[in-house]
Design a protein around this ligand. Structure first.
Ligand SMILES: [Zn+2]
Length: 465
C-alpha cells in the first residue's frame, strides 16, 4: 500500500491599499500611470536619501489582519525593519525592507499562522525589454506565514479563498490580483520524510492548487523509485502548469539580514491595539453567527451568504426592505445567485439592486405574480442589468396572476381532456400524476396561474369523475 502525506506551508504576500508608500509619500498607484512617475529619491534608492517614518496606516492594517487571524500581537517591543539583500534590477536599494513579526501564533480554519509582518514591494522589471518601472517600489505588503499544517491542494485552496474573503471584509487590502504566494511542500512517502521544496511567486489560488497537485506527483514519483527529492527553489510556469528548478543565482539563501539603521523601530502598545479593535469590521464568522441569530437563517444558508461580502450585504438590505428573511434567502441566495451563475455575472457588476428583489418579493406576497413567473422575472432583471424594475416588466409583459376563475377552469378542463392517461393514473391512486397535470395547466396559462388554486380546481374536477 502506498501512503503519501503532504506537508505544506504558505507565505502569502498581498498589497495593502494605502494611499502612500511605506517609507515615502509617493502614491501607491502603479497601474494606470506612466512608468516612473510616482517615484522620489527615497523609493528609488538614491544615495543619501533617507526613508521617512513607516506609514502608520500600513501598521494599522497589519494589526487588523493579525487580530482577524487570531494572532498574539508583539507588544511593547521594538519591531525592526531589516534589510534583506539581493541583487535584481527591480530593487534599486539592493535590499528589500521587511519587518520583524507584528503578530505571531495565530490560527485560521485550523491552520496555524506562524507570523505576520510588513514588507515593501520591489519595482517591476521587464527582462525581455530590459526596462524597469519603479512606480511599485515601496508599496506596502503584508506577509502571512502559515505553519506547515496544510495537508492537501484542496485545503490550500479553501484556506486562500477564505483568506481573501477575510481581506474583502477588512477592506484595506488589495485582492487576488496582487497576491504572491511562496509554496513550501514536502511529502512523507510510506513513512519516509522527503526534502522541502519551495515554489516562488505563484500569483493565484488556482496556481497554488496546480503547483501542489504537480509537486505531489513529482515528489512521489522520485521517492517511489528510491530517489531523493532535491532541496531547492522552483518556479511555477503557469502556461504549462508545471514547476521548474530555478537558476542557483536566484535561490541564494543568504540575504544578509541586518536591521535598517535609517528606520525607527515601531512599538505597539495596548492602546494602539484597543483602538484597532474598535475600528475592526465584523468578521465573516461573526456575520454568519449574527445572520443565524438575528434572521433565523439556517447554518448552511448563512455560510453561503457570508462567504461573499457583496452577497451578504445585498441579502441584508433585502431583509431590511422586506422584513422577510425567509423569502430573502430564497430569492437572493437561491434564485438570484442561480441566475447570475447562469449568465456568468458578478453581483457587484450585474446592476440588480436590493430594491429590485424586495419589489419582487412584495409582488409574490401580494399574489400579483406566481412563483414560476417570479423566477423568470429574476432572469429578466439580470438580463437587462437592473434597468427595469419587476413591476415595470410585469406590466409590460402582462404577467400578473390570472384572477378570472372561469379562465382557469377552462385551462384545467383542457389539461384533463388532453391527458387521459395522467387522469387515469391519478384516479388509480398515483398522486404524483396531479403534479404533471398542474404542469400542463401552467403551460397553458404561461405560468400565470396560482399553483394552489390550480391544485384545488384540478382536485374538484377529478374527484367528480
Ligand atoms: Zn517615493
Amino acid at each position: 500500500m502506498e501512503d503519501v502525506k503532504m506537508i505544506c506551508g504558505l507565505e502569502i504576500h498581498v498589497q495593502i491599499d494605502t494611499k502612500s508608500k511605506l517609507f515615502c509619500r509617493c502614491p501607491t498607484n502603479y497601474k494606470d500611470v506612466e512608468p516612473n512617475t510616482n517615484i522620489c529619491p527615497i523609493c528609488t534608492g538614491m544615495p543619501g536619501a533617507k526613508p521617512m517614518p513607516v506609514n502608520k496606516k500600513a501598521v494599522d492594517v497589519a494589526l487588523m489582519v493579525a487580530k482577524m487571524l487570531n494572532c498574539e500581537i508583539v507588544l511593547n517591543k521594538d519591531i525592526y525593519f531589516q534589510r534583506k539583500h539581493y541583487d535584481y534590477p527591480d530593487l534599486p536599494n539592493g535590499y528589500q525592507r521587511t519587518s520583524t513579526p507584528i503578530g505571531v501564533n495565530g490560527n485560521f480554519l485550523g491552520i496555524g499562522i506562524e507570523e505576520i509582518h510588513l514588507e515593501e514591494d520591489p519595482g517591476q522589471y521587464n527582462p525581455s525589454l530590459g526596462l524597469v518601472d519603479f512606480n511599485r517600489c515601496g508599496t506596502p505588503l503584508i506577509e502571512i506565514v502559515t505553519k506547515p499544517d496544510i495537508r492537501s491542494p484542496e485545503e490550500a485552496r479553501k484556506f486562500l479563498k477564505n483568506l481573501l474573503t477575510l481581506f474583502r471584509y477588512l477592506g484595506y487590502l488589495r485582492g487576488e490580483g496582487t497576491m504572491r504566494v511562496d509554496v513550501n511542500i514536502s511529502i512523507e512517502y510510506n513513512g519516509k520524510k522527503g526534502n522541502r521544496v519551495e515554489i516562488k511567486n505563484v500569483n493565484s489560488i488556482k496556481g497554488v492548487y496546480k503547483v501542489l497537485k504537480y509537486e505531489l506527483i513529482r515528489q512521489k514519483n522520485i521517492m517511489k523509485r528510491g530517489g531523493e527529492v532535491k532541496r531547492e527553489t522552483r518556479a511555477f510556469l503557469e502556461s504549462q502548469m508545471i514547476t521548474k528548478a530555478m537558476r542557483s543565482k536566484e535561490t541564494a539563501e543568504d540575504y544578509r539580514y541586518i536591521p535598517d539603521p535609517d528606520v525607527q523601530p515601531i512599538v505597539i502598545d495596548e492602546d494602539w491595539v484597543k483602538k484597532i479593535e474598535q475600528e475592526m469590521p465584523e468578521t465573516p464568522l461573526e456575520k454568519k453567527r449574527r445572520f443565524i441569530e438575528e434572521y433565523k437563517v439556517d447554518e448552511k444558508d448563512a455560510e453561503v451568504l457570508t462567504a461573499d461580502l457583496d452577497l451578504a450585504e445585498f441579502f441584508e438590505k433585502v431583509v431590511k426592505l422586506t422584513n422577510d428573511s425567509k423569502l430573502a434567502v430564497v430569492w437572493v441566495k437561491n434564485e438570484l445567485v442561480r441566475s447570475l451563475n447562469y449568465h456568468k455575472l458578478d453581483l457587484y457588476e450585474c446592476g440588480v439592486k436590493p430594491e429590485h428583489i424586495a419589489e419582487l418579493i412584495e409582488l409574490i406576497k401580494k399574489k400579483v405574480i406566481s412563483e414560476k413567473i417570479a423566477k423568470e422575472l429574476v432572469d429578466e432583471i439580470v438580463k437587462n442589468r437592473g434597468e427595469k424594475t419587476p413591476k415595470e416588466i410585469v406590466k409590460e409583459k402582462n404577467l400578473t396572476v390570472i384572477e378570472d376563475e372561469s379562465y382557469l377552469i377552462k385551462a384545467v378542463e383542457e389539461a384533463i381532456k388532453n391527458n387521459p392517461s395522467a387522469v387515469e393514473d391519478y384516479l388509480s391512486g398515483k398522486k404524483e400524476a396531479l403534479n404533471f397535470l398542474m404542469g400542463q395547466v401552467m403551460r397553458i396559462t404561461k405560468g400565470r396561474a396560482e399553483p394552489r388554486k390550480v391544485i384545488q380546481l384540478l382536485k374538484e374536477k377529478l374527484d367528480k369523475k
